[in-house]
Design a protein around this ligand. Structure first.
Ligand SMILES: [Zn+2]
Length: 439
């Protein structure tokens, strides 16, 4: 049974505080413009990179949102090339340095600096965001990394207190994590999509039935994966979108329908054509470009995220006045095949609809993809033979453009449940095939 969506949506309240309570599009635009102007002025004053970039721009820039849309993008390569050129606070005011990669784990590393103010902002976003999922006083089990001070799990746990009880769980496997859930009986689970699916598709997933809400974050979550988690536990699944570079904030779903509401009080998103960089209208898919209004350590103006997304036209049935964004994974993450480009997001959508699949890996063997499918337990009934599962998966894969010509190679991994790892890592296409893993 689904719990009612908590209303009003917490980021409606946060944003209305900035607009003097007004919720019409004109007032939002007015707020965005003044927040962008302040962010530009601060970046120019404090960050050598933006001082140089904005040297020829007049004081008071931008005078309009259109004018802001003409500012050159900041790219992950800019940040990787010289992170200290972005640093906008004195070095002794840096509370945490995070090293992130440009695209998943394949690009050059880049450093991002966070001040105490930045970390406090993240904790506040987490704390208020969680009230959209479960009532105050709830228990929250967190599978994200949280051992180090300032890490995402640590910020979430500290942000929750004292309104909710947050517990970090670092159990490495699915079975142990489900035991922990059964023992602690949290109301909400926070996990990466791949972790949540492994738990939901475990042979004994019922230990998670106490959960009323699951928050999927740190990676793209397909609709098929989201449905699998909802079906396993009868809970509401929420999705969150944010970048490490901008302190994890960005957008959060409300539990109704598709998409995530933009945290408009702190972030400005644009959707641009990945080829030409031109702004795209609502509904059209392109690259997500992000500006964080209040970032202190590493300000980023018009930062190219490398993520595919679009604004969803129209209003959400939850009543929020905040725009919704639909995110569809990363641009560079997919398979380059002779038949065309197959995004990882499309593979996820197709494969996670197989009710027996706990996870998968795909590696390129030359120009041929090899799929390794994890089967936590063989399903009962007609589809009980590995050959049948391979055939069913092959059919799903061949339905995708680009994989329709070449019959994909499939290997099943009939792992005992205790072996199913829950490592907090993002999903990526692995570029090489290890000889031991081919069939
Ligand atoms: Zn909504």
């Amino acid at each position: 049974m689904k719990p009612p969506v908590h209303s009003p949506f917490p980021f409606d309240i946060r944003t209305a505080r900035k607009t003097g309570g007004r919720t019409d599009p004109g007032s939002l635009d007015e707020y965005r413009l003044s927040a962008l102007r302040a962010a530009v002025a601060r970046a120019r004053r404090n960050s050598p990179f933006f001082r140089s970039r904005l040297a020829s721009y007049p004081e008071g820039f931008p005078r309009s949102l259109g004018e802001y849309g003409a500012l050159p993008f900041t790219t992950p390569d800019d940040l990787a090339a010289d992170p200290y050129a972005f640093l906008a606070v004195p070095q002794d005011e840096v509370a945490r340095i995070v090293t992130a990669r440009s695209s998943g784990t394949t690009g050059p590393p880049k450093r991002v600096f966070f001040s105490e103010g930045d970390l406090a902002e993240t904790r506040s976003i987490f704390a208020e965001g969680m009230t959209a999922l479960v009532p105050r006083g709830s228990g929250v089990l967190i599978l994200l990394p949280g051992e180090r001070p300032g890490s995402v799990g640590d910020l979430l746990v500290r942000g929750l207190a004292p309104d909710m009880e947050g517990v970090l769980c670092s159990c490495p496997d699915a079975d142990g994590t489900l035991d922990t859930i059964a023992r602690l009986r949290p109301d909400c689970l926070v996990a990466l999509p791949s972790q949540a699916l492994r738990l939901a598709r475990h042979p004994r997933p019922s230990r998670g039935r106490c959960l009323s809400a699951v928050l999927l974050c740190s990676d793209y979550a397909s609709d098929s994966l989201t449905s699998a988690v909802e079906d396993a536990w009868g809970c509401t699944v929420f999705r969150q979108y944010g970048l490490t570079e901008t302190g994890y904030g960005g957008a959060l779903s409300c539990g109704e329908g598709r998409g995530m509401h933009v945290m408009e009080d702190g972030f400005f998103f644009e959707i641009v054509s990945p080829g030409t960089g031109e702004l795209l209208p609502d509904g059209e898919e392109g690259e997500i470009v992000c500006t964080a209004f209040r970032a202190e350590g590493t300000p980023l103006l018009r930062y190219r995220t490398g993520d595919r997304g679009r604004f969803i036209p129209g209003d959400c049935s939850c009543g929020s006045f905040l725009r919704r964004i639909d995110v569809r994974g990363r641009y560079g993450n997919g398979l380059a095949l002779p038949g065309g480009w197959v995004p990882l997001a499309d593979l996820d959508e197709a494969l996670f609809s197989l009710p027996w699949l706990g996870g998968y890996e795909v590696r390129m063997n030359g120009s041929s993809p090899v799929f390794f499918l994890e089967v936590p337990s063989l399903p009962e009934g007609i589809l009980s033979l590995p050959e049948d599962l391979e055939r069913e998966a092959g059919k799903k894969l061949r339905s995708l453009p680009g994989l329709d010509i070449l019959p994909p190679e499939i290997g099943l991994c009939l792992a005992p449940p205790r072996d199913a790892p829950l490592a907090p890592s993002k999903r990526l296409v692995l570029r090489e095939t290890h000889p031991d893993r081919t069939r």
